[in-house]
Structures are given as structure tokens and as C-alpha cells.
Unconditional design. Structure first.
Lengths: 357, 281, 265
């Protein structure tokens, strides 16, 4: 056993020695590196002959970009808070941005560099979560709704209660993050999605626990796969991703339930203490540039906050009510705001209890 | 005089283990000390507290489930692996070598890929259900169940059971078995009276090597258990890199897990004090 | 007796089917035209082409190989030296204490090792400015490789005849030289098997790397992890197929070499 492996040694050593040397060689280049931390499946990356915006940025600004992804706001926050990871650019959602501003984790944006932000639609120029966009530049926005497979679901599920329907046992997906999951329960019970009332939150937790009877599969990015191949019938998710899934599988459809839902803005922020402040601002500006933003938004299918990009989109996209819902739908939607720490802790504890069981 | 010069390098030689000891102190003992420190302090303060352990109590069910599922996996591995180890040990030399290779082969592939393979097989629209569908059976809900997690553990860690069992049983001389048979023992008694006692070191090693990674896994449950069905490993990961940064509770969980495993292994090793020999195959 | 033989063969066959069927399914579907994991729609090599064009995977592969090379080399040197020292220690208490420390990383659950090191490295970062990345992963890998290096060398030292070393010195060979000329060749098989174990453990490690890499280092298992959590991507299947073939070839070659050696003996 021992001797027979000795031959492998020679082969492996030769291969890895070469690797070690070549990796030393490449790391000695003096290019600066920008570290970007974004949601999964949330950038035009050159797949299916689309524009690879990261590669384009690397070439134009003569730098390297290290691009990593996270699957929830909370995961991103925890990784940064643990001190084990370092990033220059992050793209969290509204409420998380408020939280990070409060905790002094973000650098202010340099609008002398990010000139393309002037192109933002008026309603995105100032936001509740970050007045005057001092720390963030909106990237996309969208709603949360129900994605369903029309061959498996009868009619249009207009209520969140479809996710509790025992006819679809084993074929229901659910958010694997507490804020979105509680948000659904809160809407179904008629509460605000920003409730801080312990009784209301407990009622939501009971409701989410009750959902276990339909054996939901808790997912984030895995949803694409499961919905596209018909592994699941119903799932709550973000509108932009729904459009991507529908383009892969025309049997799918999207609806914002009558009880109302969440409307979110995801925005680009610079992490406090970055060593690449200048380059980070240039990156944000680059992502807001007409050609880049347009190619990007066409690929990821989310809604753009940039005026000229919107104007230049195909009529077909602009009239797509999933991406650009009408005012009636938006009036039913609420934005998340940052919750007090004890409410967050309560939700977190209850959530862990729900999914750990 | 000659005696002295000969012995001096002996003393010098002892010092060659110093870099290693310093290394282990710095990178094994100190980090574990930090886990203990975090477990007993109220992060981000440094006040002494037992609050973290109270926080762990809420997850008692999860601890129980982890132990329960990994025990099942260990028992299944033992039941399935024991005959295999024995069959292997009775093969020709060439057969043994080939079987060793075949059993090690999957181990050399990333366990993530092996688990991914089962994910694609067990899905509602996966190959197994498609295949059963041809005969009008099913579909069965297989993925996202506790059974799928146990299957994932068994599949990933079965070689760790078979190889130690094989390595002790190959030492059992065929003549011992034949002698027992000549003395009138039937198959069952040969197994209980002769093979089993001699295989104990392998069983102990196998149980350890299957149980420890099973009880602390955090990927298999996530990939095959469907996001719910969390195990201890998942909870610990959540406290450090997951949904909320809570190193205190995470450390307390790790500490409990560690002590629990060391205790269990202490008990198992009472049956055999020589387990390390088998461990290195 | 014959019936038993048949039974053994059937059992072995079923076992191998269980072990290999999932892997073969992965490999078959790496040639599948569509992304479906259950329907074979046509034959293609395009996932392999895409795999080799995937910069992230390729750079992670190099990262993994250089990490395995560096960590197992350091572990082999430090571990061999340590084994020689431990071998010379006569006091039983000290010896037992050292051996217990050596077993600790082997027996400790990987996730506990991972988070404990992460906690330490975060302190390193805050105090010394050492960022989590190649260096911290290297430290972690060397730490879990060291026990294997030592545990493979110790038995060889025990088997060695101590009079050999003394004889060399009696013949006028200086101690250090005698060590390299006499002791090292004797324990070489142990060093090599320890090295190989370290190399494969380092190459395959996911959990400890996951906690200690921060945002500064990517290995192949980390990339695989990020891939299996996202959209289905048949590049993973292609990668599995390649890894499987490489491992199979290596094991076959080493098996053949050993068989031939045994025949020669």
C-alpha cells in the first residue's frame, strides 16, 4: 500500500512544482486587484455570448477583479463581520445598507468619480435607506413574488397561502433566508414586513412552522435549476430571476400575490477601509455607464434604476409587467427597513428553530 | 570518551522535534483555547458568561438528530462493510489489490462531487424516479429527506469502514477458520466466536472514522437534506459564516461537539487500545 | 463452498455498483447536449471545452496543486525532524503527551479545527496585518498534514537497527552526515507515504480551507462548492470525469508497477 503509492509522488510532485512556480510568476504582476462581492447569478458574465462586464472592466482599467458571490444579505454581512474576508465592493439590499451605515461599515461614494449616477431616475436619487445616496448607488430593483409552473398549478395562485397548499406537498420551494421568509408570513397575516411586535413575529414563526407540513425545500440560488427542470411547482423569489427562469422554461409564470409583497433596491457600496477606494468608485461608475448597464440588465433581467438605460430597452422588456410592474402592484409592496437588533435576534432564533427541526 | 561523543547527537536529536511542538502549540492548542475563550465570553465583550451554552440548549433537538442520523449511518456502514471486508480478505493477492484500489478510487474524488452525484440521482425528476417511472412506479420523494442524508453519509464514508475491517481480517489465517469448522462450529458460530473477536480493532477504527465525520458534516445535510434538516455542523457554520455572526454560541456548540466525540471515542476505545495501527491501513 | 463463492461475487458486484454507479452517471451526463440531468438528448464535448476555458476553475486547480505541494513538503520536513526527536525521547510521560497532541488534529472534527483556526487568523489579521489567504490556508494544511507525516515515519524509525547509525559513526562518519547517509534512506518509505497522504488530504480538503481562506485564496473544492449551490452546470460533470480518469490512471499505474516489482522479488 505504501510503496505502491510512491510512483504517484513523482508524477504529482512534478505537476505541482510547475504549478507552484507558475503561480508565483503570475502573482508578481503589479496590477491592482479589486474584490467584488455580489449575489449569485447577478452579473453579465459572458455566458451564452453575453458581455463579460468584469473582463471588460479589467481591460479598461488595467486591473484584476476578484469576483465572489453570496446567497443572502445576512451571509454577506456575517462574513464581513467575522473579519475573515475582505472586499472592496459589495451589493447588498436596502435594509442591509441602512444597517451597515449605522455600524460604520461603508465608505461614502465619491460623486466626482461616479458621474454616471446623475442618470438615475428621480425616485432612486434619494432613498429611505440611504438619504441622498451618500453610501450607495442603486444597481437594480424589483419585487418578490410567486413563481409557479403552469402545468403543475391550477389557475393563478394569487395568494401567498398557495405555499401552504398540501396539494403541492414536496413540490414547494421556500426562501432560505429569514427576512424574506418572515416577510411572506407577515404579508399573509396582514402585518407590516417591518413589524417589531414580538407577538406578531411569533405568529409568523408559527405560520412558517406550519408550512413544514408541505415539506418545503429551502433554497436560494438552487431555485433556478429546480424550477427550470420542473422539480418544483411553486416558489417565492425575485422578479428578475423569474424572468430568467421563464425564458428557460416557458411553462413558468410569475405573480405578485394580492396580500402584497416586498419591493427592494440592491445598491453598490464601498466597504470601509478599502485599499482601492479610487478603483472602487470607478467600478461603480463603470457599472452605471450606458453600454455596460444595458448589457448587464438585459442579461440579469432585473429592473434598472437608470433613466437612459430604461429608455433604450426594447419595448418588449419595458412592457414586461414582471420587470416593470404597474403602480397598482407597487402600491401593494413595501420596502424592508432595518430592524432593531433585538428584533433581528428574535427572528433569527425563531428561524433557526423552524429550519433546524 | 568515545561513549560521550556517541551520545551527544542523541540529545541534539531530541531538539529536532521542537519546531513541531512550537507549531502544534501555536496552531492547535492556542486555537482550541480560543474556542474555549469565545464559548465562555459574551462577544463582543470579554465578560465571563454561560449564556452561550444556554443558547445552545435551544438546539438540543438538532444535536440529538445529528447523533441519531450518524449512528444509523455508522451501523449501516458496519453491517454492509463487514461482509465486504471479509470477502476481500479471502481473495487472491491480486484480487485484494484490485479491490483495495476500487474501494479507494471514489475516496480520491472530492466528496462534494460524490454528494452532487447523489443529488442528481435522488431528485423528483432524477434518474432513479425516471427509471422507476418506466415501470409505472413512483415517483418517490427521496431527496430532502433524512434518509437521503443517511445515504450520503454511508456513501461518502463506507470505504473508511471497509478498509480497516479488511486490514485486520486479512491477518486472520484461513486455517483458524477451518479448524473451527472442523471442530463442528457452524457458520454463525465461526463468525461470532472466531472472526468477530479478531476483527474488533478494525471495527473500532471503522466506527470512529465513519461516525466523527458524519456527526460533524455540514455539506451533506445541506445538499441532500434540502435546507431544513440542519445538523450540528450546519449550525456551527451558520454562527461563523452564515446568517448571523455569533462566535460565542458557535464556539460553545463546537466545544460540546468536541467533548462529546472525545467521550464517545474514549468509551469505544476501551474495547481496544490499539486502534491507531489499523487507522493507517 | 461453491454457493458461497457465488454469493461473495454477487455481493462484491453490488458493492461496486453502489460505489460507482453515481460516478458513472455523472460522467455519462458530461457528454449530454442539454443541461438536463435525467434525459440524454445528444452527444457533445462542449462542456469539456467550456471547462478548460473557465478561468476560475483553472486558476483554482493551480491554487490547489501548489497548496498541496507546499503544505506536504513543509509537513514532510518538519514532521520527519519531529519524528526523529520523538523517537529519541525516553520519558514515557512526555512521549505520551506529545503523541496525544499529535492525534488531536486527526481525531478532532474538521469543522472545529476549521473554526478554531479562523478565530486565530482573524486575530493575526487584526494584530499583525496578515490577511487570510494563501499563507493562512498553508498554515492550516501543514497543521493537519503533520500528524500523518509523523505517524508514517515513527514505525520506520522503530524498525531501524540503531547499530547501523552507530556503526557509521564508529567508522568516522560525522553524526549529521551519518544521519543523512544512513537514517534517511532507511525511513524514506515512511516519509514518502506520509508525503502522499498529506498531498491528497491537502488537495481534497474543503472544510478547513473554507474557514481559513477568507477572500484571498481559492481551491478547486471551494469552486466546486460554489458551483453545486448554483444553477446546474454540466461543467461539474466534465470536471468529475477528468478527475476520475486521472485518479484511475494513477492507481492503475502504481498497481502495475507494484505487481511487477513483486514478481521480480
Amino acid at each position: 500500500m505504501k510503496r505502491k503509492l510512491s510512483l504517484l509522488l513523482a508524477v504529482l510532485t512534478a505537476a505541482s512544482a510547475a504549478a507552484a512556480f507558475s503561480s508565483c510568476g503570475s502573482s508578481s504582476s503589479a496590477k491592482p486587484t479589486l474584490k467584488v462581492f455580489n449575489w449569485g447569478e447577478y452579473i453579465s458574465d459572458g455566458q451564452d455570448d453575453t458581455l463579460d462586464v468584469i473582463e471588460m472592466f479589467e481591460e479598461e482599467f488595467n486591473c484584476n477583479v476578484q469576483y465572489d458571490t453570496f446567497s443572502t444579505n445576512e451571509e454577506m454581512y456575517t462574513k464581513l463581520a467575522s473579519g475573515s474576508v475582505e472586499y472592496d465592493i459589495i451589493i447588498p439590499s436596502d435594509y442591509m445598507i441602512s444597517k451597515m451605515i449605522n455600524e460604520d461599515m461603508l465608505e461614502p461614494i465619491d460623486y466626482d468619480v461616479v458621474t454616471n449616477a446623475a442618470n438615475l431616475m428621480e425616485r432612486f436619487k434619494t432613498t429611505d435607506y440611504d438619504p441622498g445616496n451618500a453610501y450607495s448607488v442603486p444597481y437594480t430593483w424589483g419585487t418578490v413574488g410567486l413563481i409557479y409552473n403552469t402545468t403543475m398549478v391550477e389557475g393563478t395562485p394569487t395568494s401567498w397561502s398557495a405555499l401552504w397548499d398540501e396539494n403541492y406537498t414536496g413540490k414547494i420551494l421556500m426562501f432560505l433566508n429569514n427576512r424574506d421568509a418572515f416577510g411572506i408570513a407577515e404579508k399573509l397575516l396582514g402585518y407590516s414586513q417591518n413589524s417589531t411586535n414580538a407577538d406578531e413575529i411569533q405568529a409568523c414563526a408559527d405560520l412558517l412552522k406550519d408550512q413544514k407540513k408541505v415539506k418545503p425545500n429551502y433554497v436560494m440560488d438552487e431555485i433556478f435549476d429546480k424550477m427550470e427542470i420542473g422539480e418544483a411547482a411553486l416558489a417565492p423569489y425575485y422578479a428578475g430571476d423569474a424572468v430568467t427562469m421563464i425564458s428557460e422554461n416557458p411553462d413558468l409564470a410569475f405573480v405578485v400575490p394580492e396580500e402584497g409583497s416586498n419591493v427592494f433596491i440592491d445598491a453598490m457600496c464601498i466597504v470601509k477601509g478599502t485599499e482601492q477606494y479610487e478603483l472602487a468608485n470607478q467600478f461603480i461608475n463603470f457599472m452605471c455607464r450606458d453600454d455596460v448597464a444595458q448589457a448587464n440588465i438585459e442579461y440579469i433581467c432585473y429592473s434598472t434604476p437608470l433613466q437612459t438605460v430604461y429608455d433604450n430597452l426594447d419595448e418588449e422588456i419595458r412592457s414586461n409587467e414582471i420587470i416593470y410592474p404597474d403602480d397598482e402592484v407597487l402600491s401593494r409592496c413595501e420596502s424592508f427597513v432595518v430592524l432593531p437588533d433585538d428584533t433581528n435576534q428574535l427572528i433569527q432564533d425563531l428561524w433557526n428553530e423552524i429550519i433546524a427541526e | 570518551m568515545a561513549e560521550q561523543t556517541r551520545h551527544r547527537p542523541f540529545d541534539m536529536a531530541k531538539l529536532t522535534s521542537v519546531p513541531y511542538l512550537v507549531w502544534m502549540l501555536l496552531f492547535t492548542i492556542v486555537p482550541l483555547g480560543m474556542v474555549v475563550w469565545y464559548a465562555f465570553t459574551a462577544y463582543p465583550n470579554t465578560d465571563f458568561t454561560l449564556q452561550n451554552f444556554a443558547g445552545v440548549l435551544k438546539y438540543g433537538k438538532t444535536f440529538w438528530k445529528s447523533i441519531y442520523l450518524s449512528l444509523i449511518a455508522t451501523v449501516v456502514c458496519l453491517i454492509v462493510g463487514f461482509p465486504m471486508g471479509f470477502i476481500m480478505s479471502r481473495m487472491s493477492e491480486r484480487g485484494q489489490r484490485t479491490m483495495q484500489m476500487l474501494i479507494m478510487l471514489p475516496m480520491w474524488m472530492s466528496f462534494l462531487l460524490r454528494t452532487y452525484a447523489w443529488m442528481t440521482l435522488l431528485e423528483n425528476e432524477g434518474l432513479i424516479n425516471k427509471f422507476l417511472g418506466l415501470f409505472g412506479i413512483g415517483p418517490f420523494q427521496m431527496i430532502n429527506t433524512q434518509g437521503a442524508i443517511v445515504l450520503g453519509m454511508v456513501y461518502n464514508y463506507l470505504p473508511y469502514m471497509i478498509l480497516p475491517l479488511y486490514s485486520v481480517m486479512v491477518k486472520i489465517d484461513q486455517s483458524v477458520i477451518e479448524a473451527a469448522q472442523d471442530l463442528g462450529a457452524d457458520g454463525f458460530h465461526v463468525l461470532i466466536r472466531v472472526i468477530l473477536p479478531l476483527a474488533v480493532p478494525g471495527i473500532v477504527t471503522g466506527i470512529t472514522m465513519v461516525f466523527v465525520p458524519s456527526v460533524s458534516t455540514f455539506i451533506i445535510s445541506r445538499m441532500l437534506g434540502g435546507g431544513s434538516n440542519l445538523l450540528i455542523g450546519d449550525l456551527i457554520e451558520q454562527q461563523f459564516l452564515g446568517s448571523v455572526y455569533n462566535p460565542g454560541v458557535g464556539s460553545a456548540m463546537s466545544l460540546i461537539l468536541m467533548v462529546m466525540i472525545l467521550l464517545i471515542m474514549g468509551v469505544i476505545n476501551r474495547f481496544d487500545s490499539d486502534e491507531m495501527e489499523g487507522m493507517l491501513v | 463452498m461453491k454457493k458461497k463463492n457465488v454469493l461473495s461475487k454477487v455481493y462484491t458486484g453490488l458493492m461496486l455498483l453502489f460505489l460507482f454507479a453515481p460516478i458513472f452517471v455523472l460522467i455519462v451526463f458530461s457528454f449530454n447536449e442539454s443541461k438536463s440531468r435525467a434525459l440524454f438528448t445528444g452527444f457533445t464535448f462542449k462542456w469539456y471545452v467550456e471547462l478548460f476555458q473557465n478561468e476560475m476553475i483553472m486558476s483554482a486547480l493551480w491554487g490547489s496543486l501548489s497548496m498541496a505541494f507546499c503544505s506536504s513538503t513543509i509537513a514532510a520536513i518538519v514532521g520527519t525532524a519531529a519524528a526523529v526527536g520523538i523517537h529519541k525521547i525516553q520519558r514515557k510521560g512526555i512521549r505520551t503527551a506529545i503523541m496525544n497532541i499529535t492525534y488531536l488534529p486527526v481525531l478532532n472534527p474538521e469543522i472545529v479545527t476549521g473554526i478554531s483556526m479562523m478565530l486565530l487568523f482573524v486575530i493575526f489579521k487584526n494584530l499583525l496585518g496578515i490577511k487570510l489567504g494563501f499563507i493562512t490556508v498553508l498554515i492550516a494544511h501543514v497543521t493537519f498534514c503533520l500528524p500523518y507525516a509523523i505517524l508514517n515515519v515513527l514505525p520506520k524509525l522503530r524498525q531501524m537497527d540503531p547499530s547501523l547509525y552507530e556503526a557509521a559513526q564508529d567508522l568516522g562518519c560525522p553524526p549529521v552526515r551519518a544521519f543523512f547517509k544512513v537514517v534517511i534512506p532507511e525511513i524514506m518509505p515512511g516519509i514518502i507515504s506520509g508525503y502522499l497522504m498529506s498531498f491528497t488530504f491537502s488537495l481534497d480538503d474543503f472544510i478547513i480551507t473554507y474557514f481559513t481562506s477568507g477572500s484571498g485564496f481559492t481551491s478547486l473544492p471551494l469552486v466546486i462548492y460554489s458551483m453545486v449551490r448554483k444553477k446546474v452546470n454540466p461543467q461539474i460533470n466534465a470536471l468529475s470525469a477528468i478527475i476520475f480518469v486521472v485518479v484511475l490512471l494513477m492507481l492503475l499505474i502504481s498497481n502495475l508497477v507494484q505487481a511487477r516489482k513483486e514478481k521480480a522479488d
